[in-house]
Ligand binder design. Structure first.
Ligand code: PMP
Length: 430
C-alpha cells in the first residue's frame, strides 16, 4: 500500500532510503512548480529538490545562462575566473547587513555537508578548541563530520558518524515539550539556562567549544523556527565565552524564510554562515562565509576538486539576479503568511493536524496519532495518498510526523492552494 515497499525499476532498488521507492514513477522533466512523468502525469512539487529549485524547474533565465556559457566552460579549481568573479559580486550584494564589507567567501563543495565541515575546521583553527555545540533536531549533513552534528539517532546509528567532540543542546520545541518545556517562553529560558550552565560550570564535564552551529529554521528537523530571543541569547553567550556562532543557512537561507537569510528574523550577527542548495541554481555549490578576522586558513587547509564549478557560478548568478529583480523574497513572505493561515486553519478544524509551523516557504504540519494509527503512520498515509493525487510532499521531524512544505519560491498561489485543498481532503478522509 505504501510506496516504500514498491520495487519498480529493476536493479535500482536497494535497502537505502530512497525517494525512488516513495515516489515510484519516472519523471522526465520539470516545469515551474511541477514535475512531469514520461507519460505526461503532472505532480505539484512541494519538495523542490529539498529546497534547491528556488525558481522552480527549467527557469528560462537559468537555462539561457547555462546555454550561453556552455562553450567557455572552465573547470577551474580555485583559479580566478570571470564567471566566479561575477557570481561573487552579485552574491556579496545579498549578504546580511552585519557581514557587509566584512566577509570572506570560501568555495567548498560541492555539497552542503562539505561547507559544514569547512566551518567546523575553521572554527577549531581560529579558537584552538575542539568542541562543537549543536542542537536537538538539527540536520547538518551526512559526511562523517557533519553527521556527528546531526541529531537524528537513526542517522547516527551504530557509530556511522566520526564522533567529533559534539555536545547536543536543547532546541525549544514546545509542541512535544515535557513539563515546563511545553511553554514557548519557558522553553527558551530553560534552553538558554542549559547552555549557560554547561559553559559556566567548570564541573559540567564539557569544555568551552570552538563553535555553536544552528539552523535559524530547522528544516529536516520538522520546520521548527528558532525563537529570535533564543538566538539572541546564544549570540550573547558566544560573545561572553569567545565561541563562534555558525548559522547553517543551507536550507532556510536564500530567501526561503521570507528574508534573504533566516538569521535576519532574529537580527543576530553570525561569525560564519554556510550556504548551499538554492545558491547554485540547481548546480551543486556550497559556500562558507566568514568574517575577515577569521581568515586564518593556510594554503591547502580545505580544498577539493569541484570548488570551481563554472556552471554553478553562472546558474547561481542568474538565480540571485532574478530574485533581486522580481522582489521574490518579499513575495515569499506574503505567500508564507497565507500558507501559515491555511495550515493553521487545518489545525483548528482537524484533530489529527497537531501543529502548523514554519515561516516563508519553509513550513510544516505535524500530525498526531489516534488510537490504532500513529502520527508516523498518519503522515505516511497522507503522503502516499497525496502522491496518488499528484502531489510530491516530503515528511520530516520526529517520527517523520511532519508534512513539509518547501515548494519552489515561485510557486503560483493557485497551485499552492490546490495542494493544501488536497491535503485538507486527505485529513478529512483520515
Ligand atoms: N544543512 C542543512 C540545514 C540541510 O538541510 C542539509 C541538506 N538537507 C545539509 C546541511 C546537508 O547538505 P547536503 O545534503 O548538500 O550535503
Amino acid at each position: 500500500e505504501i510506496a516504500e515497499n514498491w520495487s519498480w525499476v529493476e536493479g535500482v532498488e536497494s535497502r537505502a532510503r530512497s525517494y525512488a521507492r516513495r515516489f515510484p514513477v519516472e519523471f522526465s522533466h520539470g516545469q515551474g512548480s511541477e514535475l512531469i512523468t514520461a507519460d505526461g502525469r503532472r505532480f505539484i512539487d512541494l519538495l523542490a529538490g529539498a529546497g534547491v529549485q528556488a525558481l522552480g524547474h527549467a527557469h528560462p533565465r537559468i537555462l539561457a545562462a547555462i546555454a550561453d556559457e556552455q562553450a567557455p566552460i572552465i573547470s577551474s579549481l580555485d583559479l580566478t575566473t570571470s564567471a566566479k568573479v561575477r557570481f561573487l559580486q552579485t552574491f556579496l550584494g545579498v549578504l546580511p547587513k552585519s557581514l557587509e564589507g566584512d566577509a570572506k567567501v570560501h568555495f567548498c563543495g560541492p555539497t552542503g555537508s562539505d561547507g559544514v565541515e569547512a566551518a567546523c575546521k575553521l572554527a577549531r583553527r581560529v579558537t584552538g578548541r575542539r568542541g562543537l555545540f549543536t542542537f536537538y533536531g538539527s540536520y547538518h549533513g551526512m559526511s562523517q563530520g557533519a553527521l556527528s552534528l546531526t541529531a537524528s539517532r537513526d542517522a547516527r546509528r551504530a557509530g556511522l558518524d566520526a564522533r567529533m567532540d559534539v555536545t547536543f543542546c536543547p532546541f525549544p520545541y514546545p509542541f512535544r515539550g515535557k513539563g515546563a518545556w511545553s511553554d514557548p517562553e519557558a522553553a527558551i529560558d530553560l534552553a538558554l539556562a542549559h547552555v549557560e550552565t554547561l559553559l559556566e560550570d567548570d564541573h559540567s564535564g564539557t569544555d568551552i567549544p570552538a563553535a555553536m552551529i544552528i539552523e535559524a529554521v530547522q528544516g529536516e528537523g520538522g520546520s521548527i523556527v528558532a525563537p529570535p530571543r533564543f538566538l539572541r541569547g546564544l549570540r550573547a553567550l558566544c560573545d561572553r565565552f569567545g565561541i563562534l556562532l555558525i548559522l547553517d543557512e543551507i536550507q532556510a537561507g536564500m530567501g526561503r524564510s521570507g528574508r534573504w537569510w533566516a538569521l535576519e528574523h532574529a537580527d543576530i550577527n553570525p561569525d560564519m554562515m554556510v550556504v548551499s542548495k538554492a545558491v547554485g541554481g540547481g548546480i551543486p555549490m556550497a559556500l562558507l562565509v566568514y568574517r575577515k578576522e577569521y581568515d586564518v586558513w593556510e594554503p591547502g587547509d580545505h580544498i577539493g576538486t569541484f570548488r570551481g564549478q563554472h556552471l554553478a557560478f553562472v546558474a547561481g548568478r542568474a538565480v540571485l539576479e532574478e530574485m533581486q529583480e522580481s522582489n521574490l523574497v518579499d513575495r515569499v513572505a506574503q505567500m508564507g503568511s497565507r500558507l501559515t493561515q491555511r495550515l493553521q486553519s487545518l489545525v483548528d478544524r482537524y484533530d489529527m493536524a497537531g501543529e502548523a509551523r514554519g515561516v516563508g516557504l519553509l513550513q510544516g504540519l505535524e500530525l498526531v496519532g489516534r488510537p490504532g494509527l500513529t502520527a508516523s503512520e498518519a503522515s505516511r498515509t497522507v503522503q502516499a495518498r497525496l502522491f496518488e493525487r499528484g502531489v510530491v510532499i516530503e515528511r520530516g521531524g520526529r517520527d517523520g510526523a511532519t508534512l513539509r512544505f518547501l515548494p519552489p519560491l515561485t510557486i503560483p498561489e493557485t497551485t499552492l492552494d490546490q495542494a493544501v485543498d488536497l491535503l485538507e481532503q486527505e485529513l478529512a478522509r483520515l
